[in-house]
Design a protein around this ligand. Sequence first.
Ligand code: 9MR
Length: 466
Amino acid sequence: MSAPAGRARRVLAATAVAVAGTLAVGMAVAAPSAAQAGPTLGQLAAAKGRYFGSATDNPTLNNSAYTAVLGSEFGQITVGNTQKWMYVEPSRGRFDYSQADQIVAFAQAHNQTVRGHTLVWHNQLPSWVNDVPAGELLGVMRNHIANVAGHYKGKVVHWDVVNEAFEENGARRQSVFQQKLGDGYIAEAFKAARAADPNAKLYYNDYNVEGINAKSDAMYNMVKSFKQQGIPIDGVGLQAHLVLGQVPSTLQQNIQRFADLGVDVAITELDIRMRTPRDAAKDAQQAADYRAVTNACLAVTRCVGITVWDFSDGHSWIPSVFPGEGAALIYDEDFAKKPSYWAVYEALGGTRTTTTTTTTTSGNNGSGCTATYRVVGQWNGGYQGEVTVRNTGSTATTGWTVKWTLAQGQTVNSLWNGTVTTNGQEVTVRNANYNGAVAPNGTTTFGFTGSSAGANPIPALTCATS
Ligand code: 9MR
């Protein structure tokens, strides 16, 4: 952004409207100890009777920047790998829950529910299972389910009991279970899971079943017949590994038809991949796609929640499986929120409050500054804001001034790390006596709380240095 030369750009003339309680000259107070943060995706979803969660995997639990987001933003966690058969029963009858337990413990420590994933799947299946004689395989499958679902009894709210049992044309996939046990193995798996953990909701989970097609028709027919026979199924998981710009137009209709059968629906593994690198147009399309998926779920009461298949582009399965594709998630590699995050946030009823609005002015001696405003949190009747002042010049500043207009009747009531003057709608904040000096490209930040009765849009700022 270019700087009008040599003088501070003025805030647009404000109509002189007295704003009660806002005249506070020279005030510098301490930051509140418990800053009021904005709602998370998990909280927004909960307010709509849903969950918003993420899959995770054990290696990333050692990354504190990652776990800071995982532990705070999401209301639900899916164990991305380490509850699968190869991890929990690597050899016949030997069960190992050490890794999956770490993820479940993390979720419990952060008040997050857990989706169990997955009890019966042809993939990540240890080779010994393929060698089990046909006459023993049903017993082996039941024993596996009894052990794993039994171990997590009361700790897992949903189980993906059987995963990916259909081909694209709706035929049964020729897994070892299908080949040796026949069509009945899925019902047997559900019965065993119900016996092991009567309170867990039992799901059938698959991919490419988000829209109405041959594969989702096969799933539909199976669920319908299970309901008719009293086979204990509670839900279907639509994985939703989607491609940019290709959210199926029948997604909501498809969710609805399963709901109408009397089962819940969950979006279980959402990601929306693109050719990399990202650009603004792709980001915008992806945001629209995430919004469409979220809206489709919200439109059907029995769509109980959405899980992204991990949340950061740096921790996604996509690039290794689809070379040249990626950037499929809602946070970038550095855990910055992407437009897709904000699309979900808004679809879940959040008001986007973190935006950068900047005006630059130059000051004395080659200094200049930008001011970036963000709403840290917003609640009924009030808000907390924060402004970061950056010295864009080549010499240190000796002081700075930021101005904006409270156009919607908001107030600034208390402010820290600066001195505030309000005059009608116009707010002027100057540096405190300890933070006027900002090195070139350095920043300093001040914060404040205020009241806002209704709309609280991000204001335009001016910034000037001395
Ligand atoms: O994310 C999982 C990845 O780390 C594994 O290598 C892969 C093995 O197939 O499984 C991935 O998760 C899959 C999930 O368990 C079932 N649906 C498809 C997911 C992506 O492949």
